[in-house]
Design a protein around this ligand. Structure first.
Ligand SMILES: NC(=O)c1ccc[n+]([C@@H]2O[C@H](COP(=O)([O-])OP(=O)(O)OC[C@H]3O[C@@H](n4cnc5c(N)ncnc54)[C@H](OP(=O)(O)O)[C@@H]3O)[C@@H](O)[C@H]2O)c1
Length: 260
């Protein structure tokens, strides 16, 4: 299938590692021009250089923290200045820390809100004036949108907000020919998931392999996903091959979530 991504302009945030990076690489492989950002200048430059080297695509790296509105505005402006438009916007950020209601004060809630929900609002608001008809907007949320994960109260709450925002925008932006979808990873093997597993192992006093085995036992496909498996689904949703999926909140979880 021709995804029709050749020559498209994509902005992928939080892309030096993990899911964001895998998506940036997949879009580049399919011929898109890719702008990618993260907080660590060296890491994002290295990731961009590796992707450009592997794919031959035109890739730009920006140091930017998506919890800061001035960084968002700069990255969007520079991407649009460089290529004249933004066809695809992929909103991503690092996940908030684990914990329960009593472990977080207002400052922690505010930080999670700015990083994981308000960043999506700000990114979309900044990118829309540069997005032509046929644009695609995606946000990474979590399987917790369908089934909250114990011990991740900040994430569970902000992701639900993202899903509500994106569903509303599918309605608002449909008449402009812009497709809006939320993608929800279950357990995809990235640094973030390995850190969460390590923390759980520490709390429970068991080896990390045991924690991973117990998660895998609940996944019908019996294993964690790979970032490139996640990225392939995103690439389809972001592409011209997707002409009729909008307003969806799609699980990419190997069947982990048990709800209908
Ligand atoms: N992996 C999964 O299965 C899974 C499941 C559910 C939800 N999620 C969520 O999906 C998102 C991506 O997950 P991941 O597993 O790819 O995480 P990851 O491996 O920890 O990678 C996070 C990426 O985000 C960047 N980043 C973090 N905070 C940022 C910020 N404020 N501004 C800009 N860039 C930032 C990091 O780069 P720098 O350090 O260079 O900034 C890094 O490139 C997270 O929100 C995570 O909670 C993932």
């Amino acid at each position: 299938m021709d995804l029709g991504l050749k020559g498209k302009v994509a902005l992928v945030t939080a892309a030096s590692r993990g899911l964001g990076r895998a998506i940036a690489e997949k879009l580049a492989e399919e011929g898109a021009h890719v702008a990618m950002c993260s907080r660590d200048e060296n890491r994002i430059r290295l990731a961009a250089a590796e992707i450009a080297g592997k794919t031959g695509a035109d890739v730009a790296a920006f140091e930017a923290d998506v919890s800061k509105p001035e960084d968002i505005n700069r990255v969007v402006r520079e991407t649009a200045d460089r290529w004249g438009r933004i066809d695809i916007l992929l909103c991503n950020a690092g996940g908030p820390p684990g914990g329960t209601l009593e472990s977080f004060d207002d400052a922690a809630w505010q930080k999670a809100f700015e990083t994981n929900l308000l960043s999506v609002v700000r990114l979309i608001r900044a990118a829309l004036p540069h997005m032509p008809r046929g644009g695609r907007i995606l946000a990474i949320a979590s399987s917790s949108v369908k089934q909250p994960i114990p011990g991740l109260i900040l994430s569970n709450t902000m992701r639900a907000g993202v899903a509500g925002l994106m569903k509303t925008l599918a309605e608002e932006l449909g008449p402009r020919g812009i497709l809006v979808n939320t993608v929800c990873p279950g357990r995809i093997d990235t640094d973030r998931v390995r850190e969460l597993d390590q923390a759980k192992a520490g709390m429970e006093g068991v080896p990390v392999e045991e924690v991973r085995r117990s998660f895998e036992a609940a996944i019908p496909l019996g294993r964690y996903g790979r970032p490139e498996e996640f990225a392939r689904v995103v690439a389809f949703l972001a592409s011209e091959a997707n002409t009729y999926v909008t307003g969806s909140t799609l699980l990419i979880d190997g069947g982990m979530v048990k709800s209908l």
